[in-house]
Design a protein around this ligand. Structure first.
Ligand code: ADP
Ligand code: MG
Length: 267
């Protein structure tokens, strides 16, 4: 091992020069172009950019559902090429739970089907995380009896119960009303304070990125390219004026004309 290696912690997740494309019958759509970033253990890493800039596509590639056209994605130094229980995903939609299973059964499902835990141990682990998201009273309810926010809490508990290397969250609060959304953001930060899990969080909301993120990657509009990275975001509530200034600064960076790599070709 060389000196640099011993001094610098290895990234948990390493996204290197990742270009992602969709081939449809008529077109080749470039969703992201040569995106680079590294996520370290216990980061609250946020991908921020306007709709259509390829955030979901990037998250799907990290989830292993889509392979890069160019570049590579490594998790703990291993090439990502298929989905795995080391990366759990929480989506925006409220229909990500199995409707015929209870809250507890939904949270147990990946634990059992991955073979990670069996029987009583899976049930205990599920209940532990259901308590963390404050849904223990609803453990035996079915999803249709829950509000949108509660369904998202179940999806978060299900992801966290697997204790993945990284929890991938794709605009999990975007479909919630403003008050519930704020409450859920606070709860996520409380959960993080308890276990310091690593989360990769996608949003198009600048205030949400500032509130939830410890680091923020700014992506340009379609195709998504790295504009800048905010390496450390102050955790404590900024006073309203400072928060507004930071929001304006980020907005300016997101929509300025400069891009890191000018070789972009629109295809
Ligand atoms: P975001 O999540 O940032 O809103 P997406 O990753 O969903 O952006 O989409 C990035 C680009 O890729 C968009 O131009 C979108 O239209 C295109 N796209 C997304 N999914 C597909 C698909 N399955 N087939 C073709 N194009 C797609
Ligand atoms: Mg999206």
């Amino acid at each position: 091992m060389d000196m640099m290696h011993t001094l610098q912690p290895a990234p948990l997740l390493d996204v290197r020069d990742v270009t992602l494309q969709y081939k449809t019958k008529a077109h080749l759509v470039t969703a992201t172009y040569r995106v680079n970033f590294q996520v370290f253990k216990s980061d609250r890493y946020v991908l921020l950019g306007p709709s259509g800039c390829g955030k979901s596509t990037l998250l799907k590639a990290i989830g292993g559902y889509l392979n890069p056209t160019e570049g590579e994605i490594r998790l703990k130094d291993k090439l990502v090429c298929r989905p795995g229980p080391d990366r759990m995903m929480v989506f925006q939609e409220f229909d990500q739970l199995l409707p015929w299973k209870t809250v507890k059964e939904n949270v147990m499902f990946p634990l059992l089907s991955s073979g990670k835990l069996k029987g009583k141990a899976a049930e205990e682990k599920a209940m532990q995380y259901i308590e963390k998201v404050k849904l223990d009273k609803f453990a035996n309810h079915h999803p249709h009896m829950l509000s949108g926010g509660m369904k998202q809490r179940v999806a978060i508990a299900r992801g966290m119960a697997m204790e993945p290397d990284v929890l991938l969250m794709d605009e999990p609060y975007a479909a919630l009303d403003a008050l519930t959304r704020r409450k859920m953001q606070d709860e996520l930060l409380q959960l993080w304070d308890e276990t310091h899990f690593t989360v990769l969080f996608v949003t198009h909301s600048i205030p949400e990125a500032i509130k939830c993120g410890s680091r923020i990657l700014l992506l340009s509009p379609h195709p998504g390219q790295v504009k800048a990275e905010l390496a450390s975001v102050p955790r404590d509530e900024l006073d309203p004026k400072a928060a507004k200034e930071l929001e304006n600064e980020i907005h300016h960076m997101l929509f300025s004309d400069e891009v890191e790599d000018k070789e972009v070709q629109h295809v």
